[in-house]
Ligand binder design. Sequence first.
Ligand code: NAP
Length: 478
Amino acid sequence: MRLAVIGAGMAGILSAIKLDEAGLTDFTVYEKADRLGGTWRENTYPGLACDVPSHLYSYSFALTPEWSHRFSPGPEIYGYFEKVAKDHDVVRYMRFGDEVTECTYDDGRWRLRTASGHTDVVDVVIAATGVLHHPRYPDITGMDTFAGAMFHSSRWDHSVSIEGARVGIIGTGSTAVQIVSAITTDVAHLTLFQRTAQWVMPQENPAYTDEEQASFRSHPEHLATLHTNLAEAFGIFANAVVDSHSPEIKMIEDACRANLEDNVRDPELREALRPTYRAACKRLIISPNFYDAIQLPNAELVTERIERIEPGGVRTADGRLHELDVLVLATGFKADAFMRPMRVAGRSGLTLEQAWAPRPEAYLSISIPDFPNFFMLNGPNGPVGNFSLIEVAELQFDYILQLIDQIRSGACREVSATRDATDALEAERTEAAPNTVWVTGCRSWYLDDRGIPAVWPWSFERFRTVMRQPELASFELR
Ligand code: NAP
């Protein structure tokens, strides 16, 4: 059996390790960039970190005593993935600098074509292409006239010095908050353009002491316990967001409100920073020091609507020009793109664009009807945003491997979800959506074009249970 994995980020590295372990060694991991790392390669902005604790945001089979902080910085996370891939000797499977542009199902096999013209024919495709990958640029008049440096947060231009510069940031998501917290002390002036205020959950980020790290090294079993305990604690949050009446969500709301009221001194600024929707409706911001940073004398919160961008800076609706040397677009990602713009055509030439009109869907976020032997990790409508995506990908991979085993054992040649199972799950998912906190009155990247969260709306235990073993009746095995 020959396989192709698309993407060498967290889920692609995982796939390579697990395929190799399973003895499925005839595969290539296609990566369009020149090195592995996915989101941790692409995002290099100052303050980059992960708001899932590091000992949880680790592969279960590659726990490490070396994490420096509870929430370790981005470069350290990148280094972790690089090391794990090297330690498991899977870099040799990776083909860098070549983007898969086409995947066509023909005569029982997938035909791949890359940007360089390279072709491959495989039995199984695993798309590990990530979720928050394609930058969403705002559509603001005059963007191309700005005379300073302007870039998206995930395309940080390190050749531009921000030291002593007048820096503007558009957006108030997790990314913007991390950047503001990291750079305000270095820049001459920081302007944060806020369209919507955010609730901020206070969370300390202590460093692990040498003694703690030494103890992890000499007792690796403690790492496993820590991983399990953190998963349990995180599970409380994951379960709270899918039940907007839960006492846990109330606790989160109270903690965010107290954070705002106790830590923002100026009443006018406090009200400008106070959201008008419930906490965790948008992806909850976790930060120990955002309020400190935005209250520094050289920081300014601008809530006036952006009118246009001019050579000298950003002009707001009140007529004021906010003069800037650098403008950072922390405006988020196209969360519904997944492996697109790759052209994927399944049975009878059905394209992904057709199958995903009007919106992406997949059975358990893994398999699409009429796209046999094509599997996704962290595909549409999965538990994104409320858990560690590493555990999600590990559970999904084990499930996919069981489907691949159906082919390996000769039970069938083709596996894809049935239309009925996909429709039934979608109906159930849509019905569960009103219970979640994501529909309590805010705009966010979780919501699809109908305002339904494109997310797993149930508990994480339920996800774990469902992922244990495929229900073969939900699949068409040919
Ligand atoms: P985001 O949460 O989608 O936030 C985008 C921000 O840009 C929002 O504040 C949005 O305002 C604003 N915006 C977009 N277009 C605009 C326009 N035309 N004019 C003015 N404002 C505009 O993006 P993100 O901060 O990059 O985060 C995306 C996700 O990545 C997060 O939710 C999280 O899941 C993940 N992430 C995680 C971490 C972590 O620590 N684990 C760190 C960074 C990112 P509105 O709110 O009004 O729409």
